[in-house]
Design a protein around this ligand. Structure first.
Ligand code: ZN
Length: 428
């Protein structure tokens, strides 16, 4: 196994030092570290971050291998600086049994680009009527701790309560896709003046906020853990802030596209901007960034949602919801949070590595870069700018809303337990 001596690297943006990755761990840190036979990387100007952890990735396998596979999705993850991703359960078949979650987990191990932690479905077939076998998935080789019907909301309050109660036995968490179904029937974009002008059915903020408020109350009532997926409105941030002020065990995520993009892009009628929950107003984006900065929003999660071109290259109302996210997430966090001074690199390590690993109960990832820790490390160059070129993506899909956009930063290398999955910006 190759050892890597990384020279002059700024860990979390701090003073340059040397970092030796050997035998799968961070072997030593400090100026002047030497190691015979190690491959030397000149990291002058580069920042080292702990390997990123995504709590919300759609890998599409099994069932939609035309859109993404575990292999292609984890390649995209490695290129984006991730060493672990949580794979959402809305596959075909749905990941609602020990058999399916073990299959996804095994595919991740075989691909080897980053660790894959399957998310188990909350209800059988995501149908929202009967609890899935949460305990069997938790006890399986995949050791599932995060459960979600993402793509759909667990809208039945009794089922949501039972799920929250059930996962307490094994320290699990319910990750809710907060979308009141009756308030969003046929909804296409954020409800506001613009949806009226464009003639697209509106998706009101209250459809998200009402479910989040209800679920915070339910989680508090049964003393369980709730995680709120893809918070998109200023009102949702306020509700999460209130729940946390009560001391309730509620965590929340924001997605890069909601930090950067706004609903005005829908005026193009280009379905590349169609996503669930929808792009919101500039004021909502500002509230999300403030919430992420002050810790009300715990993490950034990508909601990487690949779709083949036939599901996106059609009229807005017929197009699928979702956009790619893994390869651009860190750049967008730099653009929206670091460069404006809202978050430093230690804050990025927390929101994109430590906190998501903690919420997902993943112990091998999300650890500070210190001697003896697993060598899950990303090297990032914040000084360059690049233009997003969809054809360069490792994803099998091309539905990135950032095509042609100039973004800051570039992932130079990603190490998974000391093995380079990306070097010089290229997959290994
Ligand atoms: Zn969702």
């Amino acid at each position: 196994m190759t050892a890597y001596l990384i020279k002059n690297v700024a860990i979390l943006g701090g003073a340059p030092t040397d970092l030796l990755l050997e035998d799968g761990v961070v072997a030593s840190i400090g100026a002047g570290v030497s190691a015979d036979g190690a491959e030397v990387i000149d990291a002058t100007g580069l920042i080292a971050l702990p390997g990123l952890v995504d709590l919300h990735t759609h890998l599409r396998e099994p069932g939609r291998e035309d859109a993404e596979t575990v292999e292609s999705g984890t390649q995209a993850a490695a290129l984006g600086g991730f060493t672990a991703v949580h794979a959402m359960a809305n596959t075909e078949p749905v990941a609602d049994t020990a058999g399916v979650v073990e299959q996804v987990w095994r595919l991740g191990r075989e691909a080897g680009y980053c660790d894959v932690y399957p998310v188990g479905a909350v209800t059988v077939g995501l149908a929202g009527t009967q609890l899935a076998e949460l305990g069997a998935m938790a006890d399986s080789a995949a050791r599932v701790r995060v459960f979600s019907d993402d793509g759909k909301c667990v809208s039945d309050a009794v089922l949501m309560r039972r799920a929250l109660e059930y996962v307490k036995a094994f320290d699990g968490v319910i990750a809710q896709h907060a979308q009141e179904p009756r308030l969003t029937e046929g909804a296409q974009m954020n409800e506001g003046d613009l949806s009226g002008r464009l003639g697209l059915a509106g998706w009101p903020a209250v459809a998200e906020e009402a479910i989040i408020a209800r679920d915070c109350l339910l989680a508090a009532h049964v003393g369980s853990r709730l995680h709120v997926c893809h918070v998109s409105t200023a009102g949702s941030v306020e509700i999460v802030r209130w729940a946390k002020s009560k001391g309730w065990n509620v965590t929340a995520e924001a997605c890069p596209h909601h930090l950067l993009l706004t609903d005005e892009l829908a005026a193009s009628y280009n379905p590349i901007y169609k996503v669930n929950p929808p792009l919101r107003t500039a004021a909502d984006g500002e509230a999300l960034r403030a919430g992420l900065a002050d810790g009300t929003i715990d993490i950034v999660a990508t909601d990487h949602a690949p779709h083949p071109h036939e599901d996106k290259d059609c009229e807005w109302a017929a197009a699928a919801f979702g956009m790619l996210g893994l390869e651009t997430a860190l750049s967008i966090v730099q653009e929206t949070m670091v460069d404006p001074g809202l978050l430093d690199w230690a804050g990025v390590a927390d929101r994109m590595s430590y906190a998501p690993a903690r919420i997902g109960r993943v112990s091998d990832h999300g650890r500070p870069i210190e001697q003896g820790a697993p060598a899950n490390v990303v090297l990032y160059d914040p000084s360059v700018r690049r233009t997003v070129e969809p054809s360069e993506s490792a994803s099998l899909s091309r539905n990135t809303p950032y095509a042609g956009m100039e973004l800051p930063g570039r992932v130079v290398a990603t190490f998974l337990r000391g093995t380079a999955t990306v070097l010089d910006g290229k997959l290994q």
